[in-house]
Design a protein around this ligand. Structure first.
Ligand code: FAD
Ligand code: NAD
Length: 465
């Protein structure tokens, strides 16, 4: 093993948590290393998650729009055909650009990158094993585990890294599946199901629960299911998948107490689990909890002094922006003595058509907690910009405390919901009331006016309805 190199901070994992935290630590004057096993930095999000999925969602939406709705605008395109190879190439180019961008940011911020599998080697030490087996030991006072998450397998589903695949395969198929069965009506299932539906596949979603998008505001999820059904998705709810296997050029999906389904492709999307394999947590006396997460306190400290964990590998929503916030707060706490993330204010966005976005509490949460609230709702169908865009499905719903009027939550289903939610998240971070949002001047005509009108509606004063 080569001579021990020392740093102030070492990140294990170069995803949104690891790379963002490494850059922030460097900005704060720390000598930083980041260990990443994949050649390309950026983690699940940039390589096989957020970025490639959004690229394909955008491209497939353009395809569908050109084929179906542009004529309503008086734009005529004949013989619209799909060039999937170019679509996939564009996606790859975007991934390459963004992952390469992080390598550039590391150089700029003087973050030392180690290519290999990192493992803890007692407090203060990390051993990096390169692809060729060479081991390098590095040391730091602060080691931050940011190893992310991996797909949750399902007993009986025989993944073949191709036609019975996970999101990684479903992002890379080079031909449109004839019939795609999606196991899991969650975020991945609906986003990637939408991509292939738009490109021409028959899509069946099998969901264990009696609703899709568990945990999302029920009114929003109900409308979403109705709209996705209208687009052509076939939902089978309350079904338990017991297996999936290749049978010649078909795939057979077995369901408990129901007939098996024959299809061409399967996407397994029943959740993700923390990735701690091979980390040698035991060398520092760290044990994972029953969910496989690394337990941490409010400052992201594990049970071992000097070892921290952030992102998908700990509790909280498995989202890229949450992972980034964790890592920045962890580093700032180490260097400055202060750092905090309010998980109640982490927005969640589903990039379907229409988009779905939520922040804070849902109506179900508030009812369960017996918090009395007032609700203001406003439809996109009554908004000039939405009508001009031709995207009028959906609504904005704002929930405010019945006594104080403080905004407690917001759910949006409609065009650019993922961008619109930022206003409400910022307002909530400042402890705003619905009246504060209602009295803020919003540009006309803009989709943001729907947020303002929903805030007005909390007090029964929406104007344009
Ligand atoms: P990861 O991004 O998983 O990064 C961990 C990194 O650590 C990986 O690069 C891995 O190779 C590396 N690693 C693991 N073990 C070791 C080791 N021992 N040594 C060295 N390196 C190691 N979230 C959103 O917010 N918005 C989205 O639109 C979105 N879309 C998604 C779409 C898909 C298909 C998927 C699968 C996920 C999506 N997510 C999205 C979730 C998001 O990708 C994750 O929440 C986010 O990547 C978590 O960041 P992280 O840094 O904690 O972990
Ligand atoms: P998910 O938790 O969103 O959905 C999984 C679904 O599978 C649930 O509805 C669950 O009830 C269902 N399920 C579980 N077991 C089943 C079974 N045996 N048969 C049928 N259905 C079953 O998980 P996901 O969609 O795999 O996404 C994983 C993570 O990635 C999520 O935590 C999500 O936050 C993140 N992600 C986020 C985005 C985004 O922010 N836009 C996009 C993709 C992924």
């Amino acid at each position: 093993m080569s001579e021990l190199q020392t740093f102030d901070v070492i990140f294990i994992g170069g995803g949104p948590a690891g790379y963002t935290g490494a850059i922030r630590a460097a900005q704060l004057g720390q000598k930083v290393a980041c260990v990443e096993v994949e050649p390309r930095l950026g983690g699940t999000c940039l390589r096989v998650g957020c970025v490639p999925s959004k690229a394909l969602l955008e491209s497939s939406e353009k395809f569908l729009e050109t084929k179906n709705t542009l004529k309503k605008h008086g734009v005529l395109a004949e013989n619209v055909t799909l060039d999937l190879a170019t679509m996939q190439k564009r996606k790859e180019t975007i991934v390459t650009q963004l992952t390469g961008g992080i390598a550039g940011l590391f150089k700029k911020n003087k973050v030392t990158r180690f290519l290999g599998l990192g493992r803890l080697d007692g407090p203060g030490r990390v051993v990096v094993t390169a692809n060729d087996g060479t081991e390098t030991a590095i040391a730091a006072q602060h080691i931050i585990v940011a190893t992310g998450s991996v797909v949750t397998p399902l007993k009986g589903v025989e993944l073949d890294d191709n036609r019975i695949g996970t999101s990684t395969e479903a992002l890379a198929w080079q031909a449109v599946p004839e019939h795609l069965v999606v196991i899991g009506g969650g975020v991945i299932g609906l986003e990637l199901g939408s991509v292939w539906l738009r490109l021409g596949a028959k899509v069946t979603v099998l969901e264990y629960m009696d609703r899709i998008l568990a945990g999302t505001d029920a009114e929003v999820a109900t409308l979403a299911q109705k709209l996705f059904k209208r687009q052509g998705v076939d939902f089978k709810l309350g079904v338990r998948v017991t297996g999936a296997r290749l049978d010649g050029d078909q795939v057979v999906v077995d369901i408990a107490d129901a007939e098996s389904i024959r299809c061409s492709h399967v996407l397994l999307a029943v959740g993700r689990k923390p990735n701690t394999q091979g980390l040698a947590l035991e060398s520092c006396g760290i044990t994972t909890d029953t969910r496989g997460q690394i337990p941490v306190d409010g400052h992201f400290r594990t049970s071992a002094a000097g070892v921290y964990a952030v992102g998908d590998v700990i509790h909280g929503p498995m989202l890229a922006h949450k992972a980034e916030e964790d890592a920045v707060a962890c580093v700032e706490q180490i260097v400055n003595g202060y750092g905090h993330v309010d998980y109640n204010l982490v927005p969640g966005v589903v990039y379907t058509e229409p988009e779905i976005a939520t922040v804070g509490k849902s109506e179900e949460d508030l009812k369960k907690a017996e918090i009395s609230y007032r609700k203001g709702s406003f439809p996109f169908a009554a908004n000039a910009r939405a009508i001009a865009l031709g995207h009028t499905d959906g609504f904005v719903k704002i929930l405010a405390d019945a006594q104080t009027d403080r905004v407690l939550g917001c759910a949006i289903i409609g065009p650019r919901a993922g961008d619109l939610i930022a206003e409400v998240a910022a307002a909530m971070a400042f402890g705003a009331s619905s009246e504060d949002i209602a009295r803020t001047c919003h540009a006309h005509p803009s989709l943001a006016e729907v947020v303002k009108e929903a805030a007005l509606a909390v007090d029964g004063r929406a104007v344009n309805i």
